[in-house]
Design a protein around this ligand. Structure first.
Ligand code: ZN
Length: 199
């Protein structure tokens, strides 16, 4: 297939996406080249732009194009509370409840020792630095809103242990959220209740 190196490269590039195997990657590549060249160019441009301009917020670690994201910048947010979530999608779910007015820290993953994901691979070091930071006295409570999966519970446990000797209240979302569930898919009323009933 020496005459098709570009196609082969495209298929290999698509295979980098999570959950995409050879067959799916080929299907996507054929679709774009056969039916949607314009879409292929739009996709290429969007990837190029995002890869170049999106980075992590210096405070909460979420994706942003600014140095500090708009939530962290917002003077109306309650700086005494810091809610720890796994992903920007989980943060968005918390925001949709309208029940939380504090700040966030987005881990961008969860501890998963079996898959070789340790504290350094998620933003855990950065979270602990942030909590120990000089302006930390305003911070009074860390709310752990990692998912109710084995990995999410492990992550919550590790953070709790790391903060054990600090003068900060550490709470966990209450158990109204079904075991094994990811926050992103839990209904808003349930999250809001779990937040109110946190321990
Ligand atoms: Zn931020």
């Amino acid at each position: 297939m020496a005459d098709n190196l570009s196609l082969e490269r495209l298929v290999q590039a698509l295979r980098r996406l999570p959950g995409v195997g050879v067959k799916s990657a080929q299907r996507m590549a054929f679709h774009l080249l056969q039916h949607d060249r314009e879409g292929a160019r739009v996709l290429a441009g969007a990837l190029q732009d995002a890869a170049g301009s999106v980075h992590h917020c210096a405070m909460c670690h979420t994706f942003t194009e600014a140095e500090i994201c708009s939530t962290c910048e917002d003077p109306a947010r309650d700086r005494s509370q810091l809610c720890v979530v796994e992903t920007p999608a989980d943060q968005a779910a918390m925001e949709r409840t309208g029940a939380y007015k504090g700040l966030y820290f987005v881990l961008m993953g969860k501890l998963s020792p079996l898959d070789g994901v340790g504290p350094r691979d998620i933003g855990l070091d950065k979270l602990l630095d942030r909590i120990m930071d000089t302006d930390a006295p305003v911070l009074r409570e860390v709310i752990l809103a990692t998912n109710f999966t084995a990995e999410g519970e492990t992550t919550a446990h590790v953070i709790t242990q790391a903060l054990r000797d600090r003068d900060i209240k550490v709470t966990r979302l209450a158990r109204g959220v079904p075991v094994g569930s990811e926050l992103e898919y839990v209904d808003l009323g349930t999250i809001a209740h779990a937040l109110v009933d946190r321990r």
